[in-house]
Write a protein that binds this ligand. Structure first.
Ligand code: NCD
Length: 365
């Protein structure tokens, strides 16, 4: 299916790799068109309505009951792991998991590619979180080379790989749920088009904000504000991408400076697990004062604005905000949206998304 050698394939840029993905695997935020994003939001909404009745829950659980999935998560994860597991079980999939690289054969020196080849001998989907930026590409190459194929609606497909976060660069499914959350937050105001989104925190090593920036290309008249201490500012490759695609952005030196202009504020934590000197006393790098979202900032936000965070959070949002009963605080709903979006994503990969939409239509839900 690919003439590329492993080494040549691994040399391709994300941009060059996108056409090879061909809807078989989900590795990069750039692979989603506006049409696909809208479709996935629609399927997520449909699944959420359908699951409200027990007949609907049974319908969903019948869709993929003959398929199995491995959740291969060898970096810490709570939400992504659990929401994938829940989404998979809602669709009736049989689930296996590997969460510790030290108890897989990789600890015996097996290559990632050989391990993936083994996994896909047993399961029909691999969801993976891995510290290497190109781990998903490695896995995808292996699925192309392996002989196993799924037949989905008459089409032969390699075993899909979904990235649940790879290295510092990409977290496409987080961005899908972020898009879904933003679209819901702005549903009476024309959706994401025309909005200003402020990204705050560790933009340099945060894969969520990088992937979300890529997806902004699909929306009209969006502008971005990057609010980070200098050492954590957004990397040049993303700024170049925004320049090339005519997406305006600016920088802010504190949340105070720009919060009143933003339609959405997307907070992130300092990603200190990437620091060369790891802390051994359990402490974490504190967020700097100018980059901590306070009750005062909540007052300064626009009336319709949304406060998001991919979570986990630490000290970058004032504690009182968590349960202050303000409709603009979206992060708890955002994490639940992740589950519905992952139902939609898996359904789409396995080509049962239209069945979900039709069920909703026919049952007038
Ligand atoms: C994020 C991640 O893993 O990149 N978490 C998540 O998936 N919700 C953000 C983070 O860890 O800070």
């Amino acid at each position: 299916m690919t003439d590329f050698s492993y080494d040549d394939f691994m040399q391709l840029s994300e941009h060059e790799l996108v056409p090879h993905l061909n809807d078989f695997s989900v590795l990069f935020a750039q692979q989603f068109s506006r049409e696909k994003l809208n479709h996935l939001c629609k399927v997520a909404d449909a699944a959420r309505y359908i699951r409200r009745t027990s007949a609907g829950a049974d319908f969903l659980a019948g869709l993929l009951k003959h398929y199995s999935v491995l959740n291969f998560f060898v970096q810490p994860s709570s939400r992504t792991f659990l929401s994938f597991c829940t989404a998979e079980s809602m669709l009736g999939m049989r689930r296996l998991s590997v969460r510790d690289i030290n108890i897989s054969s990789i600890a015996k020196g097996e290559s990632l590619s050989d391990s993936i080849h083994t996994f896909i001998s047993y399961v029909d989907l691999v969801v993976m979180r891995h510290p290497d930026d190109y781990s998903g590409v490695d896995a995808f190459w292996t699925t192309l080379k392996s002989h196993r194929r799924l037949t989905l609606k008459g089409e032969k497909c390699p075993i899909p790989i979904i990235s649940g976060g790879s290295g510092k660069k990409q977290h496409p499914t987080q961005s899908l749920l972020d898009i879904y959350t933003l679209e819901r937050a702005f549903k009476d105001m024309g959706g994401i088009d025309g909005k200003t989104i402020m990204l705050v925190g560790d933009l340099k090593r945060g894969r969520t904000v990088r992937s979300l920036s890529y997806m902004m290309k699909e929306y009209k008249d969006v502008s971005l504000i990057f609010c980070a201490p200098e050492e954590y500012q957004m990397e040049k490759d993303i700024l170049n991408f925004l320049d090339d695609n005519g997406i305006p952005y600016k920088f802010a030196n504190s949340i105070d400076e720009a919060v009143a202009e933003a339609d959405a504020v997307y907070m992130t934590r300092i990603q200190d697990e990437w620091d060369s000197e790891k802390k051994t006393d359990g402490s974490h790098t504190a967020a700097k004062e100018d980059f901590i979202f306070t009750m005062e900032n909540l007052k300064q936000m626009k009336e319709h604005a949304a406060l998001l965070h991919p979570l986990p959070k630490r000290d970058e949002i004032e504690k009182e905000i968590d349960y202050c009963d303000d409709e603009r605080v979206y992060y708890w709903r955002q994490e639940r949206n992740g589950m519905w979006m992952r139902v939609a994503l898996i359904a789409w990969l396995f080509k049962v998304d239209e069945e979900i939409l039709n069920y909703k239509l026919h049952n007038r839900l």
